[in-house]
Design a protein around this ligand. Structure first.
Ligand code: ASP
Ligand code: MG
Length: 412
């Protein structure tokens, strides 16, 4: 069995869906589970919609645009709107009317999954004209907790449900299902965090013991830098799970960070390849030890540097460091770079206003705090002497760190 994941960009218009159908049909075998995201930028649009509706603002224009966008694609592909699509449009409209007084994260998870529900309704109806296929509601198998908008998967229940209800269907026909969504024990819809469809693919691959998981993207594979930032990027043919896990840790947006663990646990090969250039092999991620990797560049913008200084001329000792780290853990903040000295501890994090506000509230009593933003962070993984010259800008270095394999620089 194979799992395919198609992101929003791959189904952003009718020709995208036709291309998806061509790819799936070309595999001939019946055993493919196709995980699909919301079409194009629909999730952003739904986020806008839920915000407007929740704040009691007029959302009719946003809703109209969202509907018109899907209608055009559906009519182009099918000449009409599929029944199932119409149902989801109705349930979206109903849910929007009922948001009054609803907790914001719960409101989000009631509305935003409609992107995936609507896209898969259209994709499945079209694909069914080419190969026998079944639309499947991912919420009936992916069980999560109630951490709405960033829900965590209950693996025991999910695996059981996938084996009992999804597997038999997938043995018979191609399955089209939604990425990114699940449901809690009470039957509320939940979401797995933005870009979570990759993760859904990995969950299905794990629970179905798939032979492979392919992520179809608009890039030829995994590159050693973002081509929008750096010239002369190179593509990896093979990578190990570990390398890719590290790349995502430093902020490379190659794949959703949670995807690797389940896939690696069962040694399922993960392939990242182009839906545009179907003849190309892409990048294969597997267990094997690859030869020395060419340097990989990761850039992160909008960084915040926080410097905490002790107030009483004592040292920045382990107890004080522990206090700071506890606060960061409590606030679910990931440190991207850190450094300590006799009197200070500095750490770089993604710049989010509500988080820095909470840091101030919780650490102001014990430390003198200073903040600097927006800064940029560059990481070179597996650096070589030459690779530093590739950092092309005139920059003011704020903080720098070098280990045997990695180089990181925070700059203005
Ligand atoms: N549609 C969701 C998003 O845009 C999930 C995904 O695409 O993976 O974040
Ligand atoms: Mg998307």
């Amino acid at each position: 069995m194979q799992i395919f994941k198609f992101g929003g960009a791959s189904v952003k218009d009718a020709s995208g869906v036709k291309n998806l159908a061509e790819i799936v049909s070309s595999f001939g075998s019946k055993k493919v589970v196709v995980v699909v995201s919301a079409m194009g930028k629909t999730t952003n649009k739904l986020e806008e919609l839920v915000k407007q509706a929740h704040e009691g603002k007029d959302y009719s224009q946003t809703l109209k645009e969202l509907k018109a966008y899907h209608h055009e694609i559906a009519r182009d592909l099918l000449g009409q709107l599929p029944e199932r699509y119409i149902e989801f449009e109705k349930s979206l409209e109903q849910a929007l009317k009922e948001l009054n007084g609803c907790e914001p994260m719960l409101a989000y998870d009631r509305i935003v999954p409609h992107g995936e529900l609507m896209s898969t309704s259209i994709v499945a109806a079209y694909l069914d004209q080419h190969v026998s296929c079944t639309w499947f509601d991912a919420r009936t198998v992916i069980r999560t907790d109630q951490y709405f908008t960033e829900a965590n998967v209950d693996w025991v229940v999910t695996e059981k449900q996938i084996i009992t209800s999804l597997k038999p269907v997938a043995e018979e026909t191609v399955v089209v299902t939604q990425g990114f969504i699940g449901s809690d024990v009470e039957g509320n819809s939940t979401t797995l965090g933005r870009e979570g469809s990759d993760y859904t693919g990995a969950i299905l691959a794990y629970c179905l013991n798939a032979d492979g998981f392919t992520v179809w993207k608009d890039v030829p594979g995994i590159l050693n830098a973002d081509p929008r930032i750096l010239e002369g990027t190179e593509q990896y043919e093979k990578l190990s799970y570990r390398e890719v896990t590290e790349m995502t840790y430093y902020g490379a947006q190659v794949i959703h960070p949670k995807t690797l663990k389940p896939i690696a646990q069962k040694s399922i090969p993960l392939i990242v390849r182009s839906f545009l250039d179907k003849g190309k092999q892409g990048t294969t991620i597997a267990t094997e030890n690859t030869t020395k990797m060419i340097p990989c560049f990761v850039f992160k913008g909008n960084q915040l540097l926080v410097t905490a200084q002790v107030k009483d001329h004592s040292f920045m000792d382990e107890k004080k460091l522990g206090l700071i780290l506890q606060v960061l853990d409590l606030l679910n903040i990931k440190i991207n770079l850190m450094q300590n000295s006799a009197l200070t501890f500095s750490f770089c994090i993604d710049n989010k206003e509500f988080k820095s506000k909470r840091i101030k509230e919780l650490l102001n009593r014990d430390f003198m705090l200073s903040f600097e933003s927006p800064l940029n962070l560059a990481t070179i993984k597996n650096y070589t002497p030459d690779s530093f010259n590739k950092l092309p800008w005139n920059r003011t270095v704020i903080m720098e760190q070098k280990t045997a394999n990695n180089y990181q620089v925070l700059y203005r």
